[in-house]
Design a protein around this ligand. Structure first.
Ligand code: HEM
Length: 491
């Protein structure tokens, strides 16, 4: 071998080792190998076995900080009440939720996210404030969608592929308040809204394999999200134009003015955000945030119910009693404590992600456990491991559906609601950036589950066995191959 090759073979590892040794992240304990190149083995392990790695880190470094490798960076994981509260309290000039999503999911390309997150305020405030008025429509859509997508054959048990059906019901119910009738039943619109999440995921994988300098070009040429945006534009642009004309003719309020997300976005958007293309993108972004998060969550709960059908009766009794006195209203849903507890407990034991509160550090950070996190690092909180901790949840491994309603009856009525977040319950995140759609989601999903217990019996073919959840890196989904058996409720 020529001399330059020997030099290269010595210099490259030496530089890698020197940089690794100097990297401040090196001081944070690692789960898996941390040495240069070997960390790729750890990154592969994280992709296929995130559950064990995060659990190992949680147990070894309890109440402290550890890191796990991903293919392109380290993920710094905090755990324990004190550090999760510290992460929650960090101001937006120190850590960014938006930039965290950009780094992990390349959302600047896949979602075309702008810094103006005005839709977050609309979801948190306008949508939540409108729940009393919009929920009857959402419930009407849920009933129609169930009847349409789950046609029952007499009293026979029918196999249902919940992972395909639930997104359709959620998409219809949610879009009844996002865009209204008739679009919320338009099949092409629904397909685009549902599949957009898969487009984003495909785009994320493609862009994570693309060198940074080529990403913008690759995004324009190859990302499926570009085509979806175009097709969604063909459906929504005429509607946006029509509503704008009505608005300029009639002023800000006119009889029959739609009370939905699209109208709220049109009313609020300014400057660049008001361009039709950007409004279309915002509608896709809202659907992205809403559909699969909600449909996976309700499917988790449905699997729990089908595996343990003995819980159908107490839920039925509660739903029937409350609806008899309050009707199908928001107040009724608020009064269904057992149902609320069932959903919250299902999210605790299943969840849709094993991490939560992901942020990009914009400045160097010093945590109270002595950890130094350099600017540019991605920080997250261990969600599944926190939710599985026996010290926080006695018999944490057990699905105890009325765990939270008992706690509420014992005195803490607000703290243990499905929508309440805390350092011990981070299914919806925690703090300023906690999911703004959770008030809507909780009502919608409870209405769906209430409809199921009132109208159907459910079980699995292998009675009492809940199919194992599937993990994709940090993401958790209900088993897509499982089939729930439904039959019309036997009175
Ligand atoms: C059961 C269903 C849902 C779950 C489990 C869920 C979960 C989450 C989580 C974990 C976060 C990140 C919180 C953090 O970083 O601290 C989040 C953020 C967000 N969610 Fe949800 N979500 C759900 C439904 C919805 C719905 C229905 C909408 C829209 C109507 C929505 C819109 C958003 C938005 C816009 C954000 C970003 C908030 C921000 O950056 O300030 N989500 N959600």
């Amino acid at each position: 071998m020529d001399a330059p090759w020997y030099i290269l073979l010595c210099v490259v590892p030496a530089v890698l080792l020197y940089n690794w040794w100097r990297d401040p992240l090196n001081r944070i304990p690692t789960v898996g190998p941390s040495a240069p190149l070997l960390s790729y083995i750890g990154a592969y392990r994280f992709f296929v076995d995130a559950r064990d790695m995060l659990q190992e880190g949680y147990e070894k470094y309890k109440g402290s900080t550890f890191k796990v490798p991903m293919f392109d960076r380290w993920l710094v994981v905090v755990n324990g009440r004190t550090l999760i509260e510290e992460l929650r309290r960090l101001d937006d000039d120190k850590v960014s939720a938006l930039k965290g999503a950009e780094v992990i999911m390349k959302t600047q390309y896949t979602l075309g996210e702008s810094d103006d997150q005005y839709h977050v305020g609309i979801i948190r405030e306008t949508l939540t404030r409108s729940l009393v008025t919009v929920l009857p429509d959402v419930m009407d859509e849920i009933a129609r969608a169930f009847d349409e997508y789950l046609p029952m054959d007499g009293d026979k048990w029918t196999e249902v592929d919940s992972m395909s059906v639930m997104p359709r019901i959620v998409a219809r119910a949610s879009n009844r308040v996002f865009v209204g009738l008739p679009h919320c039943r338009n099949l092409q619109y629904l397909d685009l809204a549902i599949n957009f999440t898969f487009d984003v995921m495909k785009g994320t994988i493609i862009l994570n394999l693309t060198p940074a300098f080529l990403r913008s070009w690759v995004a324009r040429q190859f990302l499926p999200t570009t085509k979806t945006k175009h097709l969604m534009g063909e459906i929504l642009s005429p509607l946006i134009e029509e509503r704008r004309q009505l608005k300029s003719k009639n002023g800000d309020n006119w009889a029959d003015k739609p009370n939905d997300m699209l109208m709220w976005l049109i009313d609020e958007a300014e400057g660049n955000d008001a361009r039709v293309n950007n409004l279309v993108m915002k509608m896709l972004i809202v659907n992205f945030g809403a559909i699969h998060t909600s449909s996976n969550s309700v499917t988790h709960a449905l699997y729990q119910l089908a595996a343990e059908p003995q819980y159908i009766q107490p839920l039925r009794e509660e739903v029937e009693a409350v609806v008899a006195s309050k009707g199908w209203t928001k107040t009724a849903l608020t009064n269904m404590w057992k149902l609320d507890s069932f959903m919250k407990e299902s999210q605790r034991v299943n969840g849709i992600s094993s991490t939560s509160m992901t942020r990009l550090a914009l400045k160097d950070l010093h945590l109270s456990d002595g950890t130094f996190i350099p600017a540019g690092s991605v920080i997250t909180a261990a969600a599944t491991a926190t939710h599985s901790d026996d010290e926080l949840y006695p018999n944490a491994a057990e699905f105890d559906p009325f765990r939270f309603s008992r706690l509420r009856e014992a005195g803490d009525a607000l703290k243990h609601q499905y929508i309440s977040t805390s350092a011990e319950y981070i299914v919806f995140g925690h703090g300023k950036h906690a999911c703004p759609g959770r008030f809507f989601a909780a009502n919608e999903l409870k209405a769906m589950l209430a409809y199921v217990v009132l109208k159907y019996d459910v079980k699995f073919k292998h009675e009492g066995v809940r199919p194992e959840n599937k993990w994709f890196a940090a993401g958790i989904v209900p088993d897509p191959t499982a089939r729930v058996l439904f039959r019309r409720r036997q009175t």
